[in-house]
Design a binder for this molecule. Structure first.
Ligand SMILES: [Zn+2]
Length: 147
C-alpha cells in the first residue's frame, strides 16, 4: 500500500524495506527490531505496537511524503544515495564504464553517473532529479514552517 512512499524514503537516503500487508504484525515487528528500522504504516494497530513508528494518515503520495519529512527530517547530503529499487547504496562511476550501457546522449551529458552494483540500475541528475529535489526542498520548507 505504501510502495511509492517506500521508494521516496530511499530517495531521501533512508534504508527502507517494503513489507506486504499480508504478513502478520509480529513478524513485521520482529524484522523492524532486527534491522533497526522504524515502521511506517497506515495500520493503526501495527503502529500502536511499534515504538517510534510513523502512522501515515494520508492516501496521497505528496501528503504521505510531507508526513514523513515532517517527522524524520532527512538531510540533503544523504539524498539520492540509495537505489530506489533495491535499497543498496549507489556508487559513483564514469558514464563510459563498460559495466553499464547508457544512451549516448546521457554519456555525453554526464561524465559520472550513480550506479547500483546490486541490480545494475543507473541514475543521473536529469530533469526528473531536479523535479524531485524541488519537491523535497518545498516539503522541507513547509515542514520547517510548521515546527
Ligand atoms: Zn539496486
Amino acid at each position: 500500500m505504501l510502495g511509492r512512499l517506500c521508494r521516496w524514503i530511499r530517495i531521501l537516503g533512508f534504508s527502507a524495506e517494503y513489507v506486504s500487508s499480508d504478513q502478520d504484525d509480529s513478524s513485521i515487528l520482529e524484522r523492524a527490531v532486527n534491522s533497526g528500522r522504524i515502521i511506517v504504516t497506515r495500520d493503526v494497530q501495527l503502529s500502536s505496537r511499534a515504538k517510534g513508528s510513523l502512522l501515515v494518515r494520508s492516501l496521497e503520495i505528496d501528503d504521505q511524503l510531507a508526513e514523513f519529512i515532517g517527522t524524520y527530517r532527512p538531510s540533503m547530503e544523504d539524498m539520492f544515495s540509495r537505489c530506489t529499487l533495491c535499497d543498496s547504496r549507489l556508487e559513483i562511476i564514469s558514464s563510459s564504464d563498460p559495466v553499464i550501457s547508457l544512451p549516448p546522449a546521457i554519456k555525453e551529458r554526464f561524465q559520472e553517473v550513480y550506479w547500483c552494483d546490486h541490480c545494475g540500475k543507473a541514475y543521473w541528475h536529469g530533469t526528473h532529479y531536479d523535479q524531485m529535489r524541488m519537491k523535497i526542498s518545498r516539503l522541507l520548507g513547509d515542514a520547517h514552517e510548521d515546527s
